[in-house]
Design a protein around this ligand. Structure first.
Ligand code: XIL
Length: 367
């Protein structure tokens, strides 16, 4: 018994060798399974330098994660800290890592009301339609221009909706109305024609929610104006106790699929009311499995990105009091049961897909 437990522990600690989420996702028909990451030494990661070696081994493992996103480094605060003065150090860390480890890069985020450079907020009272439009255009030209050709996708506008599905009364909206959304997408399309241009938001995972309806209106508004939008990012910051079902996620994915070329789960995490116990870990497993199942079942769903993968680096405990353990690796680098849960869902659905393909082939041969 003791031997098998220690063998198990060894297997868990050797996770890179057993790495497989991206591999399995591809076998099940997705383009990628990825994890977002931040710059070493920054923010949530700062106190945990001792775990970087183990962390990096998992992050860089090609079969585990086929995609990455900078959790912070490409945001306005870091890329344009002073008007017209650009800094790509933080964004480059993750973009370069994606390059050297051959992962797809989702770039995040061009226009967002949060983590804006202080100078943008400070000028709040003095912005006019003209000056703010010029600032947005300059920002997108510089940042999307700098990363041109390297971003599989760009989150062009992030979180433009309020909880009731109306436009969020952000600085951008207050000055420009919905024109700022059009301007952002139009400019991004000019600057990086090869990137998939996404609208990205949280709370748009359920088919009947007013916010989902708001996102649908926003997409239609762009399309009616003849502006390109390629994808919708469902952030999927979920809660283990009250998460959407697979059927919900499929229904939502299908609604968006009628309007855009692709859908993705862009910031997946499933937070738990602490402390962790078997019950809430089982709920969490259900939630992760629902996302995997839905992404496979919605034809246009290209992939899933975790919002980091190692609990100590998660944003959750800082923002949601009393909640945590939202990712797939605990602090000691053992894996959450949700990891195996997802492996099972991937295998099951990949198997079903294979069977279907074989049937199709047989039918084709028979003519
Ligand atoms: C979070 C980061 O993970 C944190 O490190 C940061 O302090 C705040 O932002 N929606 C988004 C992400 O689109 O950019 C946010 O990321 C989480 C919510």
């Amino acid at each position: 018994m003791r031997l098998s437990t220690s063998l198990l522990t060894a297997a868990t600690l050797l996770s890179p060798a057993t790495a497989q989420l991206d591999k399995l996702a591809k076998q099940a028909g997705l383009k990628y399974f990825g994890a977002a990451t931040d710059t070493p030494g920054q923010r949530e990661r700062a106190p945990y330098a001792a775990s970087y070696t183990q962390y990096d081994a998992i992050l860089k493992s090609p079969d585990e994660f086929g995609q990455t996103t900078p959790t912070n480094g490409m945001k306005w605060l870091f890329t344009e800290p002073q008007p017209g003065l650009f800094n790509f150090t933080e964004g480059d860390y993750v973009a370069d890592l994606a390059g050297t480890t051959r992962k797809l890069l989702r770039c995040h985020a061009l226009v967002w009301h949060n983590q804006l450079a202080p100078w943008v907020d400070a000028a709040n009272a003095t912005w006019t339609k003209e000056t703010l439009s010029a600032a947005i255009t300059r920002h997108i030209r510089a940042v999307a221009g700098y990363y041109r050709g390297r971003c599989y996708a760009w989150d062009v506008v992030n979180e433009a909706l309020d909880e009731d599905g109306t436009y969020r009364k952000s600085l951008f909206y207050n000055v420009l109305g919905e024109e700022y959304i059009k301007l952002a997408f139009r400019t991004a399309a000019e600057v990086d024609p090869g990137a998939a241009l996404y609208y990205n938001d949280y709370g748009i995972e359920r088919p009947a929610s007013v916010k989902t309806a708001g996102a649908i209106r926003l997409i239609k508004m762009l399309k009616d104006a003849g502006i390109r939008i390629d994808g919708v990012g469902l952030q999927a910051h979920l809660h283990a106790d009250v998460h959407p079902s697979e059927a919900d996620l499929v229904a939502t994915g299908q609604q968006f699929s009628e309007l855009v070329r692709e859908v993705a789960f862009t910031e997946l995490d499933v937070r738990i009311e602490m402390p962790v116990n078997d019950t809430n870990l089982a709920w969490q497993t259900d939630a992760y499995q629902a996302v995997v199942g839905a992404c496979i079942k919605v034809k246009k769903c290209v992939g899933i990105t975790l919002w980091d993968f190692y609990d100590p680096f998660s944003w959750v405990p800082d923002v949601f009091a009393g909640q945590g353990a939202a990712l797939l690796w605990f602090a000691d680098f053992s894996k959450h049961p949700a990891y195996d849960g997802m492996v099972q869902t991937f295998k099951k659905l990949a198997g079903e897909r294979k069977k279907k393909d074989c049937k199709k082939k047989r039918r084709a041969i028979r003519g």
